[in-house]
Design a protein around this ligand. Structure first.
Ligand code: PLP
Length: 382
């Protein structure tokens, strides 16, 4: 642990009441909500007969990945080579890279990790990438499992037709150092559609596109073993559709204000609980008597709805931004401004980039600090 807030808080582990005494800004993981979220999605996937490949882009943390693997996840997905390598070094395996890369140096590093025992799966969306992964695997003396990345409507990466998918699948299968493992079809545009009926409609269109690609692959003798995709927003629809063999959900582990209005199961009920919070302290009152906290955009990713603020477990208001290092508490009607020194826990606008701002996450259970976990992949956007 470096000299940051984790070091300041290390002495509080296991002490009653330590949660409210944490030095701040501190990223918190509520153990009860976290464990419930991991178990809930694992049970739903199990019931549906579909696998989980939990996405570590959300947390970048080996201890969290281990908990997901312990609940039966097939493996852990990563968005970037650096994130994947950091988790491999921290003992996580198998690992899947869910985005194409355009750097031979990064491909070589991935192949070297595979040679060292990383059970690696990558995605490709163009012929040159197949050639590069094959050459890197040959040089490293290893084999790499490869998926064809398919675009079913997100408009980010991936091929769009079954002809392109078949051509890449055949190319992968012909390379000695590569194993054709299947396809990825991540429908990111579906995930945050608030209404369940509308999300079903948008997901249906994506599923139609995926069905056509899968039919073309089957006809060409390239039936995929793995069909990976999906996320927190679409998991229920993915389990219903039975097109994917595994779901790559990430945010479910923490939840955030961006996901809060998404009616996940169509009954307006919460499916996953908020487990991620940023603890801040009131450090001043401004000239208007408003409470100013010590957490701004260096502690929260601010690309989402405002955080809600809790004092002693009670929601007291929201946070408005007043600087990189500062927040302003906007109390709910009838709530008075908390005093200087008050310890406030805040939900987060967007969990993934918030985790990326912190070196450590403080695991809290009830009123006490239970552990401090490093976020090994923090800052690894390479
Ligand atoms: C390829 C891929 N898979 C899975 C996910 C996880 O999605 P969520 O956090 O909505 O569960 C993401 C998120 O952006 C993603 O890019």
């Amino acid at each position: 642990m470096n000299n940051g807030v984790g070091a300041l808080n290390a002495g509080l582990i296991g002490i009653a009441g330590s949660r409210a005494a944490l030095e701040t800004p501190a990223l918190l993981l509520d153990a009860t909500a976290f464990e419930k979220n991991v178990a809930t999605l694992a049970a739903l996937a199990n019931e549906a007969g579909i696998g989980l490949r939990s996405h570590a882009k959300t947390h970048k943390c080996a201890s969290i990945a281990k908990a997901q693997l312990a609940e039966g996840a097939f493996g852990i997905a990563c968005a970037k080579p650096g994130e994947l390598l950091a988790l491999f070094e921290a003992g996580i395996n198998p690992l899947m890279l869910t985005a194409p890369v355009a750097s031979r140096q990064k491909i070589d590093r991935l192949a070297q990790a595979a040679a060292l025992g990383c059970e690696l799966t990558v995605v490709v969306d163009r012929a040159e990438l197949v050639t590069d992964f094959a050459a890197a695997a040959r040089t490293a003396g290893t084999t790499i499992a490869v998926l064809v990345d398919c675009d079913t409507g997100l408009g980010r990466t991936g091929v769009t037709t079954s002809q392109e998918a078949v051509a890449l699948a055949r190319m992968i299968a012909a390379e000695a150092g590569l194993i054709y493992a299947g396809v990825q079809a991540y429908a990111g545009h579906v995930q945050h559609v608030h209404s369940c009926a509308e999300r079903r409609r948008v997901n249906g269109a994506a599923s139609q596109r995926l069905t056509a690609i899968l039919a073309g692959l089957a006809e060409a003798g390239c039936t995929p073993r793995i069909v990976t995709g999906g996320g927190t927003g679409s998991h229920a629809l993915d389990f219903e559709d039975q097109l994917l063999t595994e779901v790559q959900a990430g945010s479910y582990v923490f939840m955030d204000e961006g996901y809060r209005p998404v009616d996940l199961h169509g009954d307006n009920g919460p499916v996953f609980d908020f487990s991620m919070f940023v603890a801040v302290t009131v450090i001043a009152h401004n000239a208007k008597g408003e409470a100013i906290t010590d957490g701004g955009s260096k502690s929260f990713a601010i690309d989402g709805p405002q955080p809600r603020a809790f004092l002693d477990g009670k929601e007291i208001g929201t946070i408005a931004w007043v600087g990189d290092e500062f927040g302003k508490l906007v109390p709910h009607e009838g709530v008075s401004s908390p005093s200087v020194g008050s310890h406030i826990e805040c939900t987060v606008p967007h969990c993934d980039p918030t985790a990326n701002l912190h070196d450590v996450i403080h695991l809290v259970r009830g009123d006490r600090l239970e552990a401090i976990w490093p976020i090994e992949g923090r800052g690894r956007s390479d």
